[in-house]
Write a protein that binds this ligand. Structure first.
Ligand code: F6R
Length: 609
């Protein structure tokens, strides 16, 4: 977790770094800091709390200088506090370090350093890095970095400066993301592109193990063997405007409203001249599909919920067993991954540590890796054999919305394409499904209009509740899981999802007078059973809200409120029912006055296991 920005050039480093950190707050925002080199040596300012605190403090007391590093933190080792905020410095205050990730062997190193007389001011693992550098430093900062890095285990991106080397900035990338930005007479490092996009569009994605020395003359990249290497310079074509709010109150609502166009982009850019699916970056053919005996679908949180829907459609269209697993649990199971396994990983950010760990484990066991990700050049993308990019554009709000629905589209497209290739999905069905998929973005748009006011109304009804239940059967159960997660993360209301038929096996004991139960009932073949399950909770006093596209008085009779969404084929209903649940979560958080885009305790990109 955490965001890093580094700068060397002729402009004011503080200005460049603070601007960059603002774009990286999605990576963590419990404390922040900068270290700037100027005639006084290294000037460090850091503090707990939101980045805006640091900005106001620096406005009152500006720091000049054109070399510096900055950081926005999401706590791992040690509480959010001034002491634990980055940058960290050595005792003499001559070396400063910012860090994203985790140093796994920090306890051993800390013990060794303490035995050598080093003192520690913070609880962080980062402080061992700066003290290691101090120990190895003999005038050449790069050499000290080479030596220190050899001692570190774990995942980390580092930015390092020293007052004794006023013309250089060293950055290191191991597992945690880091890019190098190339401007006119200035250079940048950052955890992500939006941080520097106002300044340059020329970017290098550093490779795992890379160490880069930035100086006023240029940059040199060394690989993990310390050999000088050349890396491709990429021109970033998307706009920084895409990462701003465009008049919406929050990024989340903007992103909810971007869904019709995000879905369209993801879908229509993958249709050939005949309107047929063409999956670029995926080289899977009939022979391969015939050779596999199972598919694993692995991801975290919302991406996992998309994976559950994916499991359902892949099994249906491909007639192959599909196992969906939460990435952080994947390695503990007795999994049966081998070279006849296709592993599909889903990750909006492409940097989620749990997902990457599962990917690497499966790869080591011979699985072919197909990833669904929203970030071009991300670690997940780079370590995969095949990639499906969801062209949703940058997702800034912590609560995932457009990434989720485009992940669903990715699964639908792949299931259709693979089913056709394999011959398990007949031509007519394929054509009907594809035709309907081409119309789905409009239905998402209509649904948005249809349900927004209803979502506000229900939000006002549930805002003060202690807990809520979400129920559904089949695909609707997966949607219930996603709806409950959305509500929890931004409204802070306890919300649980249950398979509707499972309630009577225990959970129904929790239903009392006026407990809200949101029942998703979009699947025709399970409709009657759902109505019975809603009756069961209604009889125990629940306030029931039904979500459906099915016009049938039965639901009206058992629900206090029915939300009608657009209709589509049952497999695609999760795309439409999710819309109401996203809006409900959003408006509940808004009426509660919560920080919608940056909910407490969370960060957008979870790069620790
Ligand atoms: C919830 C949410 C998280 C992410 C999860 C995986 O709204 O955003 O549950 O889905 O942390 O993140 P990615 O997709 O970046 O791997």
């Amino acid at each position: 977790m955490c965001g890093i920005v580094g700068y060397i050039g002729e402009n004011q480093a503080t200005e460049v770094i603070l601007e960059g950190l603002q774009k990286l707050e999605y990576r963590g925002y419990d404390s922040s800091g900068v270290a700037i080199h100027n005639t006084k040596g290294l000037v460090v300012k850091k503090m707990a709390g939101r980045l805006s605190n640091l900005i106001s403090s620096i406005e009152k007391d500006p720091i000049n200088g054109n070399l510096g590093i900055g950081h926005t933190r999401w706590a791992t080792h040690g509480v959010p506090s001034d002491e634990n905020a980055h940058p960290h410095t050595n005792k003499a205050g001559t070396i400063a370090v910012v860090h994203n990730g985790i140093i796994e062997n920090y306890m051993t190193l800390k013990k060794e350093l303490m035995e050598k007389g080093y003192e520690f001011k913070s609880d962080t693992d980062t402080e061992i890095v700066v003290n290691l550098l101090d120990m190895y430093y003999e005038g050449d900062l790069l050499k000290a970095v080479f030596k220190a890095v050899e001692r570190l285990r774990g995942a980390y991106a580092l930015g390092i400066i020293s007052s004794n080397n006023p013309d250089e900035l060293i950055a290191v990338r191991k597992e945690s993301p880091l890019i190098l930005g190339i401007g006119e007479g200035e250079l940048f490092v950052a955890s992500d592109i939006p941080a520097i996009l106002n300044r340059t569009r020329r970017v290098i994605y550093l490779e795992n193990g890379d160490i880069v020395r930035l100086s006023r003359e240029g940059y040199t990249i060394y690989d993990s063997e310390k050999h000088v290497v050349q890396r491709e310079v990429n021109e970033i074509l998307w706009d920084v405007e895409a990462a701003t709010k465009d008049g919406f109150d929050h990024f989340m609502i903007k992103e909810i409203y971007q869904q019709p166009s995000a879905i369209k982009d993801t879908l229509f850019r993958r249709l050939d001249d005949n309107g047929d699916i063409y999956l670029e970056n995926i080289n899977i053919d009939k022979k391969y599909l015939d050779s596999i005996n199972k598919i694993y679908v692995v991801a975290c949180g919302t991406a996992y919920h998309a994976g559950l829907v994916g499991k359902h459609v892949l099994e249906k269209f491909l007639e192959v067993p599909v196992i969906a697993e939460i990435a952080s649990e994947f390695r503990y199971g007795n999994n049966f991954v081998d070279d006849k396994t296709l592993m599909i990983v889903i990750s909006q950010s492409g940097e989620t540590a749990d997902t990457l760990a599962a990917l690497r484990l499966a790869k080591a066991k011979g699985a072919r890796i197909l990833s669904i990700t929203n970030v071009v050049g991300s670690s997940v993308a780079r370590e995969s054999d095949d990639i499906f990019y969801t062209w949703a554009g940058p997702e800034i709000a912590v609560a995932s919305t457009k990434a989720y629905t485009t992940q669903l589209v990715a699964f639908y497209m792949m299931a259709l394409n693979f089913g056709k290739l394999k011959g398990t999905l007949d031509e007519k069905l394929y054509n009907d499904y594809l035709q309907e998929l081409k119309e789905i973005s409009e239905k998402v748009g209509y649904t948005l209009k249809k349900v927004e006011d209803l979502a506000k109304e229900v939000a006002n009804k549930v805002k003060d509740k202690r807990s809520l239940f979400y129920i559904g059967r089949g695909l609707d159960y997966y949607t219930a899981m996603e709806g409950a997660l959305k509500l929890k993360e931004i409204s802070y209301i306890q919300a649980e999802a249950f398979a509707a038929g499972e309630l009577k096996h225990g959970t129904i004991a929790l239903i009392e007078e006026d407990t809200p139960v949101i029942a998703i009932a979009t699947q025709q073949e399970m409709y009657e059973k759902m109505v019975s399950n809603i009756k069961e909770v209604k009889a125990r006093g629940a306030y029931t809200i039904g979500i459906t596209s099915i016009n049938n008085a039965d639901l009206e009779n058992v629900c206090d409120k029915v939300i009608y969404i657009e209709d589509t084929i049952s497999n695609y209903m999760p795309l439409l029912s999710a819309i109401f649940l996203q809006l409900l979560a959003y408006y509940t958080a808004v009426v509660k006055g919560n920080d919608v885009d940056k909910p407490r305790n969370l960060a957008k990109s979870v790069t620790v296991e």
